[in-house]
Design a protein around this ligand. Structure first.
Ligand code: NA7
Length: 544
């Protein structure tokens, strides 16, 4: 029984995904701090621990989607595919955890349920669902942006007699859909990955689609030994080149303007980018497609034609064709056999904008026009992105104020890293940082390095706390919005905007200024003695 004791540590890090693992390594092994990691899952991996659904795969190239902090780690790890499947990424993270002996610093199977600031000392009192209490000078949220799953409240859900699955909390034992009639709700990145796999097994698959995706081919392929050897030899150059691209993902031949080229050249270029796979069409073709509606229409039309050419039934093709929002304004969805799956007689598409889901019945799903009898339902309905996992921790800062109250009109962290009234609380790749539009492992390393350097600096200068100034925070909120508003991205109902969660404030939560530019801003702030943040010395709080 630990309820009475408060174990003192220098830092608590919440989460054991890419972010939490590296943060613990930096703070413990480079700074020599006492660090305790808390992780809800029974193992490391974060997203890659939970998302075990069939077809789950990373859609950023493996050579980019990995850590860069250790040359030895880079040289000893071999990737087997251009886009690694979930089990491979999870193996990689377990390898990292073991190689750097990180697991011993984590408590697994434990959730943080509360964190209260003790204003007399600017320390955090962290409580877990196991009744444990920790007192920490620094609290780091490495909780992930897409970790708080969200299943909409369809009426009657609790009465369904078959099996239900949520993609972000998939069973550890493989699920066999053979002979079963399966419903799949949601056609974001996850649903689009799942469809061909479930279609291969199930007796019948009914896909419930609200917004059709502009899905593009993934273009996965194995990495042979020769290719892997070349990648390893190239790693130093790759790591430098990443910063030349706003999202940290490398492309050959990115051109400034779709409108500046002839229709024939554009078509040829789009075809080349389409064939190249991955994010090529989205982030690696013409820069103005995400800035200019007319430029965007050229690529949107290209993708619509591709979709129509792959789907046999004209009515289904029409339903699968996205309209009414710009290409790329939602997170790019990548596919492998998604459209062809609908050419099989046992796969059906239901457009829930035309015929909304009214309720879930004991043996199926009722839409406005009919009842769809099914044995199993898969929810691929996404996440309460960016803030969901943070709010679940019930973090209370100065004056006992909840983080969710401070951010009631939308998240406000300065640089995405720290927010006023919450000293010594850091967010890794949180809202208002480049986060999900910057290759996540690199975004994570940049944040962890900045946070570790900040903590080391505070200690070297005998400060006990650091906290964003309200003015700096407000300016950053404005800057993030202005940059986003100069693009087409706020024009779609996406989770970048919180539009997928009823009642959530509509604020574009990703900083689109580019990763190199963002890093420069963060580095300048640090070099300028943490401009925009208040530095608090011990004397200031002793005695209140
Ligand atoms: P997403 O991209 O948020 O997709 C969720 C899907 O579920 C999307 O198609 C939604 O339609 C659909 N959805 C959500 N609520 C409903 C309701 N009430 N009715 C019908 N359909 C609904 O989550 P994913 O898991 O696919 O991907 C998350 C990220 O993980 C991905 O972008 C990568 O970065 C990795 P909507 O589009 O909102 O109309």
């Amino acid at each position: 029984d630990a309820s009475g004791d408060e174990s003192p540590v220098d830092a608590v890090v919440v989460g054991a995904g890419f972010a939490g693992l590296y943060m613990v390594h930096r703070l413990r092994d480079h700074l020599g701090l006492s660090v305790r990691g808390i992780e809800a899952a029974e193992g490391v991996g974060g997203t890659w621990y939970w998302n075990r659904y069939p077809g789950a795969r990373c859609d950023i190239e493996s050579q980019l989607y990995c850590y860069s902090f250790s040359r030895e780690l880079e040289q000893e790890w071999d990737w087997s595919e251009r886009f690694p499947a979930q089990p491979e990424v999870l193996r990689y993270l377990n390898h990292v955890a073991e190689r750097f002996d990180l697991k011993r610093s984590f408590t697994f199977g434990t959730r943080v349920v509360g964190a209260d600031l003790d204003e007399t000392s600017d320390t955090w009192l962290v409580r877990t669902d196991r009744g444990e209490r920790l007192r920490a000078r620094f609290l780091v949220a490495a909780t992930g942006n897409l970790s708080a799953g969200r299943v909409p409240d369809f009426p009657g859900r609790e009465n369904f007699r078959g099996h239900t699955y949520f993609t972000g909390d998939w069973p550890h034992q493989p699920v066999d859909f053979s002979g079963r009639r399966v419903a799949l709700i949601g056609t974001g990145s996850t649903g689009v990955q799942l469809v061909p796999h479930v279609a291969r097994q199930a007796a019948a698959l009914t896909v419930f689609q609200r917004t059709p995706a502009y899905a593009c081919p993934l273009g996965n392929r194995p990495i042979d030994a020769g290719t892997m050897a070349r990648i390893k030899a190239d790693y130093p150059a790759i790591r430098q080149r990443e910063w030349d691209f706003p999202g940290g993902v490398i492309f050959d031949d990115v051109r400034p303007s779709a409108l500046a080229e002839s229709a024939e050249e554009r078509q040829r270029f789009y075809e080349q980018k389409w064939q190249a796979g991955g994010m090529n069409l989205w982030l690696g073709s013409y820069e103005d497609i995400l800035l200019d509606e007319r430029a965007n229409e050229t690529v949107a039309g290209f993708v619509r034609d591709k979709i129509r050419s792959r789907v046999d039934d004209p009515d289904t093709a029409e339903k699968l064709t996205p309209r009414g929002y710009p290409f790329g304004a939602k997170r790019q969805t990548l596919e492998d056999g998604y459209y062809e799956a609908f050419n099989q007689p046992h796969v059906e598409l239901v457009d829930v904008k035309a015929t909304p889901i009214e309720c879930i019945t004991p043996d199926g799903i009722r839409t406005a026009d009919r009842h769809h009898p099914v044995d199993d339902i898969i929810f691929a309905t996404g996440f309460d992105a960016f803030t969901g996992a943070l709010y679940r921790m019930n973090i209370r800062g100065r004056g006992g104020r909840l983080l969710s109250d401070h951010w009631a009109a939308g998240p406000r962290p300065y640089l995405g890293l720290n927010t006023s009234g919450f000293p010594n609380l850091f967010f890794i790749t949180g809202p208002l940082s480049p986060s999900v539009l910057f290759n996540m492992p690199r975004a994570i390393e940049q944040h962890c390095d900045w946070i570790a350097d900040c903590i080391a600096w505070l200690q070297a200068h005998d400060y006990q706390a650091i906290e964003a100034e309200p003015d700096a925070e407000a300016d950053w909120v404005d800057h993030v919005r202005e940059v986003a508003d100069a693009t087409l991205l706020p024009q779609a109902d996406s989770w970048y905007l919180g539009a997928n969660v009823p009642g959530k404030p509509r604020v574009f939560m990703v900083y689109l200024g580019g990763c190199a530019n963002y890093k420069r801003i963060c580095d300048d702030v640090a070099a300028d003695h943490y401009r925009g943040l208040r530095l608090i010395s011990a004397a200031a709080t002793v005695g209140g």
